[in-house]
Ligand binder design. Structure first.
Ligand code: MLC
Ligand code: AMP
Length: 463
Protein backbone atom coordinates (compact mmCIF):
# COMPACT_ATOMS: atom_id res chain seq x y z
CA UNK A 1 0.00 0.00 0.00
CA UNK A 2 2.58 2.57 1.12
CA UNK A 3 5.30 1.26 -1.14
CA UNK A 4 3.24 -0.03 -4.06
CA UNK A 5 5.22 2.13 -6.45
CA UNK A 6 8.52 0.77 -5.17
CA UNK A 7 8.51 -2.30 -7.34
CA UNK A 8 7.13 -0.60 -10.43
CA UNK A 9 9.06 2.68 -10.31
CA UNK A 10 11.91 3.21 -12.69
CA UNK A 11 15.16 2.10 -11.15
CA UNK A 12 17.57 4.69 -9.89
CA UNK A 13 21.22 4.01 -9.22
CA UNK A 14 21.24 5.60 -5.85
CA UNK A 15 17.73 5.27 -4.43
CA UNK A 16 18.84 5.09 -0.80
CA UNK A 17 22.11 6.13 0.78
CA UNK A 18 22.95 5.98 4.47
CA UNK A 19 26.42 7.37 4.99
CA UNK A 20 28.67 5.47 2.58
CA UNK A 21 26.20 2.60 2.05
CA UNK A 22 24.21 2.96 -1.13
CA UNK A 23 21.39 0.77 -2.45
CA UNK A 24 19.67 0.96 -5.80
CA UNK A 25 15.90 0.61 -5.81
CA UNK A 26 16.20 -2.87 -7.33
CA UNK A 27 18.67 -3.96 -4.64
CA UNK A 28 16.42 -2.60 -1.91
CA UNK A 29 13.43 -4.53 -3.28
CA UNK A 30 15.50 -7.70 -3.49
CA UNK A 31 16.95 -7.41 0.03
CA UNK A 32 13.62 -6.38 1.54
CA UNK A 33 11.95 -9.33 -0.24
CA UNK A 34 14.42 -11.80 1.29
CA UNK A 35 13.92 -10.20 4.69
CA UNK A 36 10.13 -10.47 4.21
CA UNK A 37 10.43 -14.18 3.36
CA UNK A 38 12.04 -14.79 6.75
CA UNK A 39 9.39 -12.97 8.76
CA UNK A 40 7.10 -14.70 11.25
CA UNK A 41 3.42 -14.25 10.47
CA UNK A 42 2.14 -14.15 14.02
CA UNK A 43 2.76 -10.60 15.16
CA UNK A 44 4.62 -7.33 14.87
CA UNK A 45 8.35 -7.28 14.32
CA UNK A 46 10.64 -5.07 16.40
CA UNK A 47 13.39 -3.37 14.42
CA UNK A 48 16.56 -2.15 16.11
CA UNK A 49 16.30 1.21 14.39
CA UNK A 50 19.89 2.33 13.95
CA UNK A 51 20.67 4.88 11.27
CA UNK A 52 21.54 2.22 8.72
CA UNK A 53 20.59 0.56 5.44
CA UNK A 54 19.64 -2.53 7.48
CA UNK A 55 16.88 -0.56 9.23
CA UNK A 56 15.50 0.62 5.89
CA UNK A 57 15.62 -2.91 4.47
CA UNK A 58 13.83 -4.30 7.54
CA UNK A 59 11.11 -1.65 7.58
CA UNK A 60 10.58 -1.99 3.82
CA UNK A 61 10.43 -5.79 4.14
CA UNK A 62 7.78 -5.61 6.86
CA UNK A 63 5.68 -3.13 4.88
CA UNK A 64 5.85 -5.22 1.70
CA UNK A 65 4.85 -8.32 3.68
CA UNK A 66 2.05 -6.60 5.60
CA UNK A 67 3.70 -7.31 8.96
CA UNK A 68 3.37 -4.44 11.47
CA UNK A 69 6.74 -2.92 12.26
CA UNK A 70 7.82 -1.47 15.61
CA UNK A 71 10.96 0.66 15.31
CA UNK A 72 12.88 0.55 18.61
CA UNK A 73 15.30 3.41 19.43
CA UNK A 74 18.76 1.80 19.37
CA UNK A 75 19.80 3.50 22.62
CA UNK A 76 16.59 2.66 24.50
CA UNK A 77 17.54 1.29 27.90
CA UNK A 78 16.03 -1.93 29.28
CA UNK A 79 13.08 -0.19 30.98
CA UNK A 80 11.91 1.55 27.81
CA UNK A 81 12.72 -1.32 25.46
CA UNK A 82 11.07 -3.88 27.74
CA UNK A 83 7.89 -1.84 27.79
CA UNK A 84 7.82 -1.44 24.00
CA UNK A 85 8.37 -5.15 23.41
CA UNK A 86 5.80 -6.30 25.97
CA UNK A 87 3.18 -3.76 24.98
CA UNK A 88 3.54 -4.27 21.23
CA UNK A 89 3.53 -8.05 21.48
CA UNK A 90 6.51 -8.17 19.09
CA UNK A 91 7.30 -11.76 18.09
CA UNK A 92 10.70 -11.28 16.48
CA UNK A 93 13.70 -8.97 16.60
CA UNK A 94 15.45 -7.57 13.56
CA UNK A 95 18.95 -6.13 13.68
CA UNK A 96 21.73 -6.10 16.23
CA UNK A 97 20.86 -7.48 19.63
CA UNK A 98 21.53 -5.18 22.54
CA UNK A 99 22.14 -6.99 25.84
CA UNK A 100 18.95 -7.61 27.74
CA UNK A 101 16.68 -10.43 28.71
CA UNK A 102 13.71 -8.86 26.94
CA UNK A 103 15.48 -9.01 23.57
CA UNK A 104 17.03 -12.42 24.17
CA UNK A 105 13.51 -13.87 24.39
CA UNK A 106 12.69 -12.88 20.80
CA UNK A 107 13.81 -14.99 17.82
CA UNK A 108 15.88 -13.09 15.24
CA UNK A 109 14.55 -12.47 11.74
CA UNK A 110 16.73 -14.38 9.30
CA UNK A 111 16.41 -13.27 5.66
CA UNK A 112 15.61 -16.17 3.32
CA UNK A 113 17.66 -17.25 0.31
CA UNK A 114 15.11 -15.96 -2.16
CA UNK A 115 12.78 -12.98 -2.05
CA UNK A 116 9.07 -13.16 -1.18
CA UNK A 117 6.67 -11.46 -3.56
CA UNK A 118 4.96 -8.38 -2.03
CA UNK A 119 1.57 -9.27 -0.53
CA UNK A 120 -1.78 -7.60 -1.02
CA UNK A 121 -2.12 -5.66 2.26
CA UNK A 122 -5.35 -4.36 3.84
CA UNK A 123 -4.84 -0.57 3.92
CA UNK A 124 -6.65 -0.33 7.27
CA UNK A 125 -4.28 -2.76 8.95
CA UNK A 126 -1.59 -1.33 11.25
CA UNK A 127 1.56 -0.83 9.21
CA UNK A 128 3.62 0.81 11.89
CA UNK A 129 3.50 1.07 15.64
CA UNK A 130 5.33 4.17 16.89
CA UNK A 131 5.91 4.64 20.61
CA UNK A 132 5.39 8.16 21.83
CA UNK A 133 5.39 9.84 25.23
CA UNK A 134 2.33 10.99 27.12
CA UNK A 135 2.28 13.27 30.15
CA UNK A 136 2.38 10.35 32.56
CA UNK A 137 3.38 6.72 32.48
CA UNK A 138 5.20 4.74 29.85
CA UNK A 139 5.09 5.61 26.12
CA UNK A 140 1.96 4.68 24.14
CA UNK A 141 1.98 2.76 20.88
CA UNK A 142 0.36 4.86 18.14
CA UNK A 143 -1.04 2.54 15.47
CA UNK A 144 -0.63 3.98 11.98
CA UNK A 145 -2.39 2.20 9.15
CA UNK A 146 -1.04 1.96 5.63
CA UNK A 147 -3.83 4.25 4.51
CA UNK A 148 -2.96 6.91 7.09
CA UNK A 149 0.72 6.92 6.14
CA UNK A 150 -0.02 6.94 2.41
CA UNK A 151 -2.57 9.79 2.76
CA UNK A 152 -0.20 11.83 4.89
CA UNK A 153 2.64 11.42 2.42
CA UNK A 154 0.52 12.13 -0.66
CA UNK A 155 -0.60 15.41 0.92
CA UNK A 156 3.05 16.44 1.32
CA UNK A 157 3.92 15.51 -2.27
CA UNK A 158 1.31 18.04 -3.29
CA UNK A 159 2.12 20.92 -0.94
CA UNK A 160 5.90 20.67 -1.36
CA UNK A 161 5.78 19.96 -5.14
CA UNK A 162 7.82 16.85 -4.25
CA UNK A 163 8.70 14.88 -7.40
CA UNK A 164 10.72 11.75 -8.28
CA UNK A 165 13.44 14.12 -9.43
CA UNK A 166 14.06 15.34 -5.87
CA UNK A 167 16.80 14.20 -3.53
CA UNK A 168 15.89 14.38 0.14
CA UNK A 169 18.67 14.64 2.73
CA UNK A 170 18.43 14.41 6.48
CA UNK A 171 20.16 12.83 9.46
CA UNK A 172 17.24 12.33 11.82
CA UNK A 173 16.48 9.19 13.82
CA UNK A 174 14.82 6.32 11.95
CA UNK A 175 12.18 5.60 14.60
CA UNK A 176 9.92 8.64 14.32
CA UNK A 177 7.53 10.24 11.85
CA UNK A 178 10.00 12.89 10.74
CA UNK A 179 13.07 10.81 9.86
CA UNK A 180 11.53 7.44 9.07
CA UNK A 181 8.11 8.14 7.60
CA UNK A 182 8.64 11.50 5.88
CA UNK A 183 12.32 11.23 5.05
CA UNK A 184 12.61 7.58 4.07
CA UNK A 185 9.13 6.23 3.29
CA UNK A 186 8.16 9.54 1.65
CA UNK A 187 11.13 9.26 -0.68
CA UNK A 188 10.51 5.58 -1.44
CA UNK A 189 6.81 6.19 -2.12
CA UNK A 190 7.55 9.23 -4.27
CA UNK A 191 10.40 7.60 -6.17
CA UNK A 192 12.87 10.27 -5.11
CA UNK A 193 16.36 9.63 -3.78
CA UNK A 194 17.11 9.83 -0.09
CA UNK A 195 20.46 10.53 1.52
CA UNK A 196 20.66 9.84 5.24
CA UNK A 197 23.68 11.55 6.79
CA UNK A 198 23.78 9.14 9.82
CA UNK A 199 24.14 12.13 12.15
CA UNK A 200 22.48 15.48 11.50
CA UNK A 201 25.74 17.41 11.35
CA UNK A 202 25.79 20.64 9.31
CA UNK A 203 28.82 19.68 7.20
CA UNK A 204 27.16 16.37 6.27
CA UNK A 205 23.99 18.18 5.22
CA UNK A 206 26.11 20.55 3.14
CA UNK A 207 27.87 17.64 1.42
CA UNK A 208 24.63 15.82 0.52
CA UNK A 209 23.82 17.95 -2.54
CA UNK A 210 20.07 17.48 -2.07
CA UNK A 211 17.08 19.42 -3.36
CA UNK A 212 15.09 19.07 -0.10
CA UNK A 213 16.50 19.14 3.42
CA UNK A 214 14.54 18.03 6.48
CA UNK A 215 15.60 19.06 9.99
CA UNK A 216 14.31 19.90 13.45
CA UNK A 217 14.94 23.43 14.78
CA UNK A 218 17.92 22.28 16.89
CA UNK A 219 19.60 21.03 13.73
CA UNK A 220 18.72 24.26 11.87
CA UNK A 221 20.27 26.16 14.78
CA UNK A 222 23.49 24.19 14.44
CA UNK A 223 23.46 24.76 10.66
CA UNK A 224 23.01 28.50 11.19
CA UNK A 225 26.02 28.42 13.55
CA UNK A 226 28.10 27.01 10.68
CA UNK A 227 27.71 29.64 7.93
CA UNK A 228 29.79 27.76 5.35
CA UNK A 229 27.52 24.73 5.58
CA UNK A 230 24.42 26.90 5.71
CA UNK A 231 25.36 28.74 2.51
CA UNK A 232 25.87 25.40 0.75
CA UNK A 233 22.16 24.66 1.24
CA UNK A 234 21.19 27.77 -0.71
CA UNK A 235 20.98 25.83 -3.97
CA UNK A 236 18.33 23.44 -2.60
CA UNK A 237 14.70 23.70 -3.64
CA UNK A 238 13.20 23.44 -0.14
CA UNK A 239 14.49 23.70 3.43
CA UNK A 240 11.86 22.16 5.69
CA UNK A 241 11.63 22.62 9.46
CA UNK A 242 9.33 20.77 11.82
CA UNK A 243 8.79 18.69 14.98
CA UNK A 244 9.22 21.71 17.28
CA UNK A 245 8.78 25.47 17.19
CA UNK A 246 11.22 27.29 14.88
CA UNK A 247 12.04 30.61 16.59
CA UNK A 248 11.42 33.61 14.31
CA UNK A 249 15.02 34.75 14.80
CA UNK A 250 16.29 31.38 13.56
CA UNK A 251 13.93 31.49 10.57
CA UNK A 252 15.50 34.86 9.64
CA UNK A 253 19.07 33.61 10.15
CA UNK A 254 18.46 30.62 7.87
CA UNK A 255 16.82 32.84 5.28
CA UNK A 256 19.73 35.29 5.44
CA UNK A 257 22.41 32.62 5.06
CA UNK A 258 20.75 30.45 2.41
CA UNK A 259 18.81 33.07 0.49
CA UNK A 260 15.55 31.20 1.06
CA UNK A 261 13.00 31.13 3.84
CA UNK A 262 12.41 27.73 5.46
CA UNK A 263 9.13 25.93 4.91
CA UNK A 264 7.55 25.14 8.29
CA UNK A 265 5.16 22.32 8.89
CA UNK A 266 3.42 20.98 11.99
CA UNK A 267 2.61 17.42 12.91
CA UNK A 268 2.44 14.71 15.52
CA UNK A 269 3.16 11.01 15.73
CA UNK A 270 -0.61 10.45 15.95
CA UNK A 271 -1.57 12.69 13.03
CA UNK A 272 1.34 12.82 10.58
CA UNK A 273 1.69 16.33 9.12
CA UNK A 274 -1.52 18.35 9.14
CA UNK A 275 -0.33 21.94 8.61
CA UNK A 276 2.34 23.30 6.29
CA UNK A 277 3.49 26.28 4.32
CA UNK A 278 3.37 25.62 0.55
CA UNK A 279 6.44 25.34 -1.66
CA UNK A 280 4.82 27.91 -3.93
CA UNK A 281 3.15 29.95 -1.20
CA UNK A 282 3.84 32.26 1.71
CA UNK A 283 6.49 31.31 4.31
CA UNK A 284 5.99 33.34 7.46
CA UNK A 285 8.32 33.31 10.48
CA UNK A 286 6.61 31.86 13.54
CA UNK A 287 3.68 30.38 11.56
CA UNK A 288 3.20 26.78 10.40
CA UNK A 289 0.88 27.39 7.47
CA UNK A 290 -2.37 25.96 6.15
CA UNK A 291 -4.03 22.54 6.52
CA UNK A 292 -2.59 20.06 4.02
CA UNK A 293 -5.02 18.49 1.49
CA UNK A 294 -7.46 16.22 3.33
CA UNK A 295 -6.74 17.70 6.78
CA UNK A 296 -9.08 20.00 8.67
CA UNK A 297 -8.45 22.02 11.80
CA UNK A 298 -10.56 23.78 14.39
CA UNK A 299 -9.69 25.87 17.43
CA UNK A 300 -11.92 25.30 20.43
CA UNK A 301 -12.07 27.63 23.43
CA UNK A 302 -9.41 26.98 26.07
CA UNK A 303 -11.79 27.84 28.95
CA UNK A 304 -13.93 25.17 30.59
CA UNK A 305 -17.62 25.28 29.75
CA UNK A 306 -17.18 27.36 26.59
CA UNK A 307 -18.35 25.82 23.32
CA UNK A 308 -18.00 26.52 19.59
CA UNK A 309 -14.82 27.72 17.95
CA UNK A 310 -12.66 30.75 18.68
CA UNK A 311 -12.48 33.44 15.99
CA UNK A 312 -9.78 33.05 13.36
CA UNK A 313 -8.51 36.57 13.97
CA UNK A 314 -4.81 35.77 14.27
CA UNK A 315 -4.87 36.52 17.99
CA UNK A 316 -7.40 34.44 19.91
CA UNK A 317 -5.81 31.30 21.28
CA UNK A 318 -7.70 28.00 21.11
CA UNK A 319 -7.05 24.32 21.63
CA UNK A 320 -6.03 22.87 18.28
CA UNK A 321 -8.03 19.89 17.02
CA UNK A 322 -7.38 18.15 13.71
CA UNK A 323 -9.01 15.49 11.56
CA UNK A 324 -8.24 13.77 8.30
CA UNK A 325 -7.29 10.47 6.68
CA UNK A 326 -3.68 10.72 7.94
CA UNK A 327 -4.67 10.25 11.60
CA UNK A 328 -3.67 7.15 13.58
CA UNK A 329 -6.22 4.46 14.38
CA UNK A 330 -5.67 4.43 18.14
CA UNK A 331 -3.22 3.72 20.95
CA UNK A 332 -2.53 0.01 21.34
CA UNK A 333 -3.90 -1.42 24.61
CA UNK A 334 -4.87 2.09 25.80
CA UNK A 335 -8.57 2.73 25.10
CA UNK A 336 -8.58 5.15 28.06
CA UNK A 337 -5.85 7.35 26.56
CA UNK A 338 -7.50 7.07 23.19
CA UNK A 339 -10.88 8.25 24.48
CA UNK A 340 -9.23 11.24 26.17
CA UNK A 341 -7.86 12.64 22.93
CA UNK A 342 -10.92 12.05 20.73
CA UNK A 343 -13.43 14.88 20.50
CA UNK A 344 -16.05 13.01 18.43
CA UNK A 345 -16.77 13.05 14.72
CA UNK A 346 -13.15 12.21 13.84
CA UNK A 347 -11.62 15.20 15.68
CA UNK A 348 -8.35 14.63 17.57
CA UNK A 349 -7.24 16.84 20.46
CA UNK A 350 -3.60 17.66 19.76
CA UNK A 351 -2.90 19.22 23.17
CA UNK A 352 -1.34 22.21 21.37
CA UNK A 353 -2.58 25.78 21.62
CA UNK A 354 -2.79 27.78 18.41
CA UNK A 355 -4.15 30.84 16.66
CA UNK A 356 -5.41 31.07 13.07
CA UNK A 357 -5.58 34.20 10.92
CA UNK A 358 -8.20 35.21 8.40
CA UNK A 359 -6.23 33.57 5.58
CA UNK A 360 -6.15 30.21 7.41
CA UNK A 361 -2.48 30.40 8.50
CA UNK A 362 -1.79 28.81 11.90
CA UNK A 363 0.67 29.69 14.63
CA UNK A 364 1.41 27.22 17.43
CA UNK A 365 1.67 29.19 20.67
CA UNK A 366 2.36 26.42 23.18
CA UNK A 367 1.16 23.21 24.74
CA UNK A 368 -1.63 22.75 27.26
CA UNK A 369 0.44 20.54 29.55
CA UNK A 370 3.79 21.38 31.16
CA UNK A 371 4.34 17.62 31.42
CA UNK A 372 5.13 17.21 27.73
CA UNK A 373 8.59 18.46 26.87
CA UNK A 374 10.02 19.02 23.37
CA UNK A 375 13.79 18.79 23.48
CA UNK A 376 15.82 18.65 20.27
CA UNK A 377 12.54 17.79 18.49
CA UNK A 378 11.94 14.74 20.69
CA UNK A 379 8.66 14.53 22.61
CA UNK A 380 9.34 13.49 26.19
CA UNK A 381 6.86 12.94 29.03
CA UNK A 382 8.04 14.15 32.41
CA UNK A 383 6.17 11.31 34.18
CA UNK A 384 8.31 8.61 32.56
CA UNK A 385 11.52 10.32 33.73
CA UNK A 386 10.14 10.99 37.21
CA UNK A 387 9.25 7.31 37.63
CA UNK A 388 12.80 6.24 36.77
CA UNK A 389 14.34 8.86 39.08
CA UNK A 390 12.07 7.82 41.97
CA UNK A 391 13.52 4.32 41.63
CA UNK A 392 16.93 5.70 42.58
CA UNK A 393 17.75 5.37 46.27
CA UNK A 394 18.96 8.96 46.65
CA UNK A 395 15.70 10.52 45.36
CA UNK A 396 12.75 11.03 47.66
CA UNK A 397 10.73 13.50 45.56
CA UNK A 398 11.17 14.77 42.01
CA UNK A 399 9.60 17.05 39.43
CA UNK A 400 10.82 17.10 35.83
CA UNK A 401 10.19 20.13 33.62
CA UNK A 402 11.30 21.56 30.28
CA UNK A 403 13.08 24.90 30.57
CA UNK A 404 13.95 27.17 27.64
CA UNK A 405 17.23 26.36 25.90
CA UNK A 406 18.70 28.23 22.92
CA UNK A 407 19.82 25.02 21.16
CA UNK A 408 17.38 22.29 22.24
CA UNK A 409 14.27 24.51 22.46
CA UNK A 410 13.61 23.03 25.87
CA UNK A 411 16.07 21.19 28.09
CA UNK A 412 15.03 18.56 30.59
CA UNK A 413 15.64 19.71 34.16
CA UNK A 414 15.00 17.50 37.21
CA UNK A 415 14.26 19.19 40.53
CA UNK A 416 15.12 16.63 43.18
CA UNK A 417 14.54 16.40 46.90
CA UNK A 418 17.26 14.10 48.11
CA UNK A 419 20.99 13.94 48.26
CA UNK A 420 23.80 12.70 46.14
CA UNK A 421 25.38 13.29 42.82
CA UNK A 422 23.49 14.93 39.95
CA UNK A 423 25.57 13.20 37.25
CA UNK A 424 24.76 9.81 38.79
CA UNK A 425 21.06 10.60 38.36
CA UNK A 426 21.61 11.70 34.75
CA UNK A 427 23.43 8.43 34.06
CA UNK A 428 20.71 6.45 35.82
CA UNK A 429 18.04 7.84 33.46
CA UNK A 430 20.29 7.34 30.41
CA UNK A 431 20.85 3.71 31.42
CA UNK A 432 17.12 2.93 31.65
CA UNK A 433 15.58 5.07 28.90
CA UNK A 434 16.73 6.56 25.57
CA UNK A 435 19.67 8.94 26.02
CA UNK A 436 17.73 11.97 24.89
CA UNK A 437 15.45 11.50 27.91
CA UNK A 438 18.30 12.16 30.34
CA UNK A 439 18.07 15.43 32.30
CA UNK A 440 20.56 18.00 31.12
CA UNK A 441 20.52 19.49 34.60
CA UNK A 442 19.69 18.24 38.09
CA UNK A 443 18.79 20.83 40.75
CA UNK A 444 18.66 19.70 44.38
CA UNK A 445 16.00 21.53 46.41
CA UNK A 446 14.78 21.30 50.01
CA UNK A 447 11.14 20.99 48.94
CA UNK A 448 9.00 21.16 45.80
CA UNK A 449 6.47 24.01 45.54
CA UNK A 450 3.02 22.55 46.14
CA UNK A 451 -0.48 24.02 46.13
CA UNK A 452 -2.84 23.54 49.10
CA UNK A 453 -4.00 20.23 47.55
CA UNK A 454 -0.42 18.96 47.61
CA UNK A 455 0.04 19.07 43.83
CA UNK A 456 3.47 20.17 42.58
CA UNK A 457 3.30 23.59 40.93
CA UNK A 458 5.66 22.97 38.03
CA UNK A 459 5.16 26.45 36.59
CA UNK A 460 7.05 27.85 39.62
CA UNK A 461 10.12 25.70 38.99
CA UNK A 462 13.09 27.29 37.24
CA UNK A 463 11.86 30.84 37.68
C1 MLC B 1 26.10 12.34 27.09
N1 MLC B 1 25.85 11.35 26.22
C2 MLC B 1 25.34 10.32 26.92
C3 MLC B 1 25.32 10.70 28.27
N2 MLC B 1 25.79 11.95 28.33
N3 MLC B 1 24.92 9.13 26.55
C4 MLC B 1 24.50 8.29 27.50
N4 MLC B 1 24.46 8.58 28.80
C5 MLC B 1 24.87 9.77 29.24
N5 MLC B 1 24.81 10.04 30.53
C6 MLC B 1 26.15 11.48 24.79
C7 MLC B 1 26.11 10.24 23.97
O1 MLC B 1 27.31 9.55 24.06
C8 MLC B 1 25.89 10.76 22.55
O2 MLC B 1 27.10 10.99 21.92
C9 MLC B 1 25.18 12.06 22.76
O3 MLC B 1 25.19 12.32 24.17
C10 MLC B 1 23.82 11.93 22.25
O4 MLC B 1 23.00 12.75 22.92
P1 MLC B 1 21.86 13.49 22.21
O5 MLC B 1 20.92 13.84 23.28
O6 MLC B 1 21.34 12.69 21.07
O7 MLC B 1 22.68 14.71 21.55
P2 MLC B 1 22.23 16.10 21.13
O8 MLC B 1 23.38 16.75 20.47
O9 MLC B 1 21.61 16.84 22.24
O10 MLC B 1 21.13 15.81 20.03
C11 MLC B 1 20.53 16.81 19.31
C12 MLC B 1 19.81 16.25 18.09
C13 MLC B 1 18.82 15.21 18.56
C14 MLC B 1 19.13 17.37 17.38
C15 MLC B 1 20.85 15.60 17.17
O11 MLC B 1 18.05 15.78 19.60
C16 MLC B 1 17.95 14.67 17.47
O12 MLC B 1 18.38 13.83 16.68
N6 MLC B 1 16.69 15.15 17.38
C17 MLC B 1 15.73 14.73 16.38
C18 MLC B 1 14.45 14.29 17.02
C19 MLC B 1 13.38 13.95 15.99
O13 MLC B 1 13.67 13.45 14.90
N7 MLC B 1 12.10 14.22 16.30
C20 MLC B 1 11.02 13.97 15.42
C21 MLC B 1 9.86 13.37 16.18
S1 MLC B 1 8.49 13.10 15.03
P3 MLC B 1 27.30 10.97 20.35
O14 MLC B 1 28.67 10.53 20.16
O15 MLC B 1 26.26 10.04 19.76
O16 MLC B 1 27.06 12.39 19.92
C22 MLC B 1 7.56 14.50 15.21
C23 MLC B 1 6.44 14.69 14.26
C24 MLC B 1 6.81 15.86 13.44
O17 MLC B 1 7.84 15.32 16.02
O18 MLC B 1 6.11 16.87 13.45
O19 MLC B 1 7.87 15.73 12.82
P1 AMP C 1 5.72 14.08 18.28
O1 AMP C 1 4.65 13.27 18.69
O2 AMP C 1 7.10 13.74 18.70
O3 AMP C 1 5.58 14.04 16.88
O4 AMP C 1 5.50 15.56 18.77
C1 AMP C 1 4.38 16.31 18.35
C2 AMP C 1 4.44 17.68 18.93
O5 AMP C 1 5.54 18.41 18.40
C3 AMP C 1 3.24 18.52 18.61
O6 AMP C 1 2.15 18.22 19.44
C4 AMP C 1 3.80 19.92 18.82
O7 AMP C 1 3.78 20.26 20.19
C5 AMP C 1 5.23 19.79 18.36
N1 AMP C 1 5.45 20.29 17.00
C6 AMP C 1 5.59 19.57 15.86
N2 AMP C 1 5.82 20.40 14.82
C7 AMP C 1 5.83 21.66 15.30
C8 AMP C 1 6.01 22.96 14.72
N3 AMP C 1 6.28 23.12 13.44
N4 AMP C 1 5.91 24.02 15.54
C9 AMP C 1 5.66 23.88 16.85
N5 AMP C 1 5.49 22.70 17.45
C10 AMP C 1 5.58 21.60 16.69
Amino acid sequence: MILTSLTSAEDLDRAVAVGDDVLSRADLVERAGRFAAGLPDDGPVAVHATASIDTIVAVTGCLLAGVPVVPVPPDAGPAERGHVLRDSGATAWAGDRPDGAEVAALPPVRPAASAAAPREVDPEQTAMLLYTSGTTGAPKGAQLSGRAIASGLDALFEVWDWTPGDTVAHGLPLFHVHGLILGVLGSLRRGSRVVHTVKPQPARYAAAGASMYFAVPTVWNRIADDPTSARALGSARLLVSGSAPLPASLFERIAGLTGQAPVERYGMTETMITLSARAAGERRAGWVGLPVPGAETRLVPAGDGETGEVPGDGETVGRLEVRGPMLFSGYLNRPDADAECRAGDGWFRTGDLAVRDAGGFHRIVGRESTDLIKSGGYRIGSGEIEAVLLDHPSVSEVAVVGLPDPDLGQKIVAFVVGDGDGQALVDHVASQLSWHKRPREVVFVDALPRNPMGKVQKKLLGR
